[in-house]
Design a protein around this ligand. Structure first.
Ligand SMILES: [Zn+2]
Length: 216
């Protein structure tokens, strides 16, 4: 017996018997109408991140794309899934916001610091090139006697800022931002504490989301 698949099937049955009935009308409404998500959420494939849970959003609210390292290749660099998602989200779905969300303890960021760990994974290694500039920036800002955890945190932040910059190279994004129909932000999600820090309005600083800050 395939125990992993069996466990997933048990989850489906629990969803159908416990979760769905409570929100049946929400799901029926979502099925009746075309999707109109207000935001595109770009995050890491890391299994510990749950975008809908941390933002408390439901069906139809977030257009999500995930990949190793929450990367957005600059326009023309690697035309593929991510570029298509960005173009579709902005041009067809007309999302009003794009958030790039990095996270604590990111394996992709650690691999960037230790490229030798990717020697046996040519595809991942090539993909991580989209984050190389973040490593140079983070290294150039390094201070003496810094803890490895601080270095990793800075790299994670610089990577998010870099991917937000890459977003701006996509014609659909550049146009919508210029028309003030689209805004961008960079997030850092701390898996262990639940804290989310956000860089908005093009700032380099990530500020913790608190009741005070969200009122302002
Ligand atoms: Zn990650």
């Amino acid at each position: 017996m395939d125990t992993v698949l069996e466990k997933l099937k048990e989850g489906i049955l629990r969803f159908q018997s416990e979760v769905y009935p409570e929100q049946a009308e929400t799901y029926r409404k979502a099925a009746r109408e075309p999707q109109r998500p207000a935001a595109l959420f770009v995050t890491c494939a890391d299994s510990r991140i749950d975008p809908e849970l941390i933002t408390q959003t439901g069906p139809g609210e977030l257009f999500v794309t995930r990949n190793i390292g929450n990367l957005v290749p600059a326009y023309g660099e690697m035309m593929g899934g991510v570029s298509a998602v960005v173009e579709y989200a902005v041009s067809a779905l007309k999302v009003k916001h794009i958030a790039v969300c990095g996270h604590s303890d990111c394996g992709a960021m650690k691999a960037l610091q230790h490229p030798e760990s990717l020697e046996q994974m040519a595809t991942v290694k090539r993909w991580m090139r989209n984050a190389e500039a973040a490593l140079s920036v983070a290294d150039s800002l390094a201070v003496p006697d810094e803890k490895p955890s601080e270095r990793l945190q800075r790299l994670t932040e610089e990577n998010v800022l870099l991917q937000v910059q890459h977003l701006r190279t996509h014609p659909s994004v550049a146009g919508a931002v210029a028309r003030e129909e689209l805004t961008l932000s960079g997030w850092i999600y701390d898996i262990g504490t639940g804290e989310v820090r956000i860089s908005e309005n093009g700032e380099r600083t990530f500020r913790s989301v608190s009741k005070e800050s969200s009122k302002a």
